[in-house]
Design a protein around this ligand. Structure first.
Ligand code: DAK
Length: 258
């Protein structure tokens, strides 16, 4: 679709697939890649022809973390001024569902990027972890928060404090990953799921995603109120009329995304 130096972007119907593409360094997330990725996700989010996004790497690595060579000599003050990680926050604002298709290493920032996604499909070869402790730091892009919410305090502490990597299977049992499949199918499975989501009414999908994410940063009372408002809002959509009419008329609905 467009020219990116560190990404491969492809599109099939309503589903866009974004593949991280720095294979020689296991897709280490440098500033240039992250800038391209966030710009790319935002552009896809603005494109009404895209209803679901698959984010992937390659068989050997989803991403082995932030680029250590880029950070190794930085001072705290330089890090503060560069504020290169601020762009990660923009991923949270993407309204289109993002499905991670993960094979091989998803470590440090790679694991955190994976956890920014809404649904995670892993291959049997996935190795997931927060190994920052082994290089003298700690997770900085949500690892201590998102991992803990997903797998619970005990396992999160163990992973963050020892750097132990877990397999896709262990991650699934712990609730971090939705499904584990043989390596030859992980991308296909994520794209199949993306197509299923893309077949649903797009406005409802966006508002529902937003409401689920809201549960992470609000009280149950506020969250329920937010959910109810989004529910009522959907009664202003043409797709809601179409969906209910189609049910009553026993036919397949035709979504307009309006
Ligand atoms: N950065 C830079 N290069 C990397 C890299 C990384 N994270 N991971 C791997 N590479 C490079 C290696 O240096 C090597 O390059 P050459 O030597 O060939 O030039 C090449 O990729 C292949 O790697 P290996 O030769 O090491 O391959 P192995 O199969 O032997 O080992 C491995 C694979 C994944 C176990 C190993 O490469 C490894 O331990 N990599 C580092 C994993 C790691 O420590 N990741 C965490 C990095 S810290 C924040 C946002 C994000 C972050 C922090 C804050 N904010 C929003 C505030 C994130 C921090 C991190 O992720």
């Amino acid at each position: 679709m467009s020219d990116y130096k560190n990404l491969i972007l492809s599109r099939e119907g309503f589903v866009a697939t974004v593949a991280l593409n720095r294979p020689k360094v296991l897709n280490a997330l440098n500033l240039e890649l992250m800038t391209e990725l966030v710009d790319c996700l935002e552009a896809l989010d603005q494109n009404a022809g895209v209803r679901a996004i698959v984010l992937t790497g390659n068989e050997r690595a989803f991403a082995a973390g932030a680029d250590i060579k880029e950070m190794a000599d930085a001072t705290a003050v330089e890090m503060l001024y560069r504020d290169q990680f601020a762009r990660w926050d923009r991923i949270r604002k993407i309204k289109t569902p993002i499905i991670a298709a993960v094979s091989g290493f998803a470590l440090g920032g790679g694991c955190e990027l994976m956890m920014h996604c809404d649904i995670i499909i892993a291959s049997e070869t996935a190795r997931i972890g927060q190994p920052e402790i082994l290089i003298g730091v700690m997770p900085g892009a949500g690892g201590t928060q998102r991992l803990t919410r997903a797998v619970g305090k005990g396992l999160a502490m163990e992973m963050v404090l020892t750097g132990r990597q877990i397999t896709g299977e262990e991650a699934m049992k712990a609730g971090l990953v939705n499904k584990v499949v043989p390596v030859e199918f992980y991308l296909e499975e994520a794209q199949r799921l993306a197509r299923t989501i893309a077949e649903q009414p797009p406005v409802a999908v966006r508002l529902a995603k937003e409401a689920v994410l809201k549960s992470f940063d609000t009280t149950i009372e506020m969250g329920l109120e937010y959910e109810r408002k989004n529910f009522y809002l959907l009664f202003a959509s043409e797709d809601m009329r179409e969906g209910m009419a189609a049910f009553i008329e026993k036919r397949k609905p035709e979504w307009k995304g309006k």
